[in-house]
Design a protein around this ligand. Structure first.
Ligand code: GLN
Length: 203
């Protein structure tokens, strides 16, 4: 069974751990750099990306995590987690750090005040048995994706129709929305399966 660390500095850690465990993984709440050696993958939860970025520095995790991601550690980020995995972030604080694991430009709080938080059903590549219920909470969208990045889902309708909200680059997955709060385990299963294949390939 793969072991997945959920970055536990801030955000909805408990919901991700529950979803990952239901999807067949062992989980740990990850706060220290040495714990990175014990995990086969990492999840960066939803929360507040600038706060998490500051805490990554305080906990001396920023560089070790960046290095592990660069070396190929599978990762999944939801919402604030997507922001942290990006190479470029728009509408953020000047001193906010990110992890450069996904070749995307992300815009924070992109949906604006009118539709601050909303839900919709969307089709997602990799999940074939029906649409995913996507819950957006002050969510980012992907403004630009590099050529190595696969777009997995876009907003189907409304003022933000066509905006990119789920992506994958190798073993790094990110969604603007929060599958951890819906009880639908399919996105977490997609990630757990990717972690499992990564382990098998490495052997
Ligand atoms: N708006 C938050 C940020 O910029 C993300 C919101 C979320 O994770 N639900 O970090």
């Amino acid at each position: 069974m793969p072991t997945i660390g959920v970055l536990a500095l801030q955000g909805d850690v408990r919901e991700h751990r529950a979803a990952l465990e239901a999807a067949g993984a062992r989980t740990i709440a990850l706060r220290r750099d040495h714990e990175l050696d014990a995990v086969d993958g990492i999840v960066i939860p939803g929360g507040e990306s600038t706060t998490m970025s500051r805490l990554l520095r305080v906990f001396d995790l920023l560089e070790p995590l960046r290095a592990r991601l660069k070396a190929g550690l599978p990762a999944y980020g939801s919402c604030a987690g997507m922001i942290l995995l990006a190479t470029e972030v728009l509408d953020t604080r000047g001193d906010a750090e990110h992890l450069d694991a996904l070749d995307i430009t992300v815009r924070r709080n992109a949906f604006g005040r009118q539709v601050d938080s909303f839900e919709t059903d969307l089709d997602m590549t990799g999940i074939d048995d029906g649409p995913v219920r996507a819950v957006f909470i002050r969510a980012p969208w992907v403004e630009k994706a590099g050529t190595a990045v696969e777009v997995l889902a876009t907003v189907p309708e409304g003022p933000a129709a066509g905006r990119i909200v789920a992506v994958r680059q190798g073993n790094v997955l990110a969604t603007s929305f929060h599958p951890e709060v819906t009880g639908d385990l399919r996105v977490h299963r997609l990630f757990v399966d990717a972690v499992r294949s990564h382990i098998q390939l490495g052997r």
